[in-house]
Design a protein around this ligand. Structure first.
Ligand code: SAH
Length: 238
């Protein structure tokens, strides 16, 4: 886990031997399950350390090790939620994933790593966000690699409580995407706080964290029904 150790240091995180052991087990389970369930195209030992684990840890720049409710939308094989949980064991993490087979992997992994305070929810964000137990109840919502920011804002912001924040992980150039989403973010009750660029040598491409504050309640009409946020992103007058 040498690449991860070095990269994490650059972000300001010192990983304990116990945490490194967890990442090692995570790697082994990921590669093992990937033979049966399509979890990731990246299985190389070095690349998993950087493109999955280290990349996921960048969200911890916006988290504290406190028992606050955190949700990861479209978590897939657990990114960025699980690495964040390994680093910050006190967070209360909910993982939302639409594909049952991926959710089965997540349940297995949580058990295998002995993580406490992690809930795996097999659901579509469009439906779960209308469930009162989930709507506007999270301090921080995370997401990586799920959709373009205008679509993603509709899937994620309804989960954020007012005063909370949505942290979207993006690769490469983000300015145009952020610009295109800005009016939509407002409609959903959010306000752009910052675009934090992450330049870590171990990561191939430039990364950015788009941080959106939740300022007012999301109108009940959102998110629209499953598939619509992707198919027809909200069109806003600007
Ligand atoms: N966040 C992970 C996975 C990205 S792939 C990573 O960065 O590696 C996108 C994942 O989001 C897939 O596993 C897909 O099943 C899930 N997903 C896509 N749309 C979703 C939705 N509307 N609700 C819940 N999960 C969704």
């Amino acid at each position: 886990m040498e690449r991860l150790v070095v990269g994490a240091k650059r972000l300001g995180f010192d990983l304990s031997p116990g945490q490194l052991e967890s990442f090692q087990v995570y790697y082994e389970e990921l590669v093992q399950w990937n033979k049966r369930v399509n979890l990731t195209a990246i299985t190389d030992y070095e690349r998993v350390q950087t493109s999955h684990f280290l990349d996921s840890l960048t969200v911890a720049l916006f988290l504290d090790d406190l028992p606050t409710p955190v949700l990861d939308v479209g978590t897939g094989a657990g990114f960025p939620g699980i690495p964040a949980k390994i680093l910050l064991p006190r967070i209360r993490l909910s993982l939302v994933e639409a594909t049952a087979k991926k959710a089965a992997f997540l349940n297995h992994l949580v058990d295998r790593l002995g993580l406490e305070g992690v809930e795996v929810v097999t659901a579509r964000a469009e439906e779960l966000a209308h469930d009162a137990r989930y709507r506007e109840t999270f301090d921080v919502v995370l997401s990586r690699g799920v959709a373009r920011l205008d679509t993603l804002a509709e899937l994620a912001l309804p989960f954020c409580m007012c005063g909370g924040a949505f942290v979207a992980q993006k690769k490469g150039k983000v300015d145009a995407e952020v610009d295109a989403a800005s009016a939509v973010i407002g409609i959903l009750g959010g306000r752009l706080r910052e675009v934090r660029r992450i330049a870590v040598e171990e990561l191939d491409e430039e990364r950015a964290l788009v941080v959106i504050d939740k300022c007012t309640g999301t109108p009940q009409a959102y998110p629209r029904r499953a598939g619509i946020p992707q198919k027809r992103p909200i069109r806003a007058r600007r």
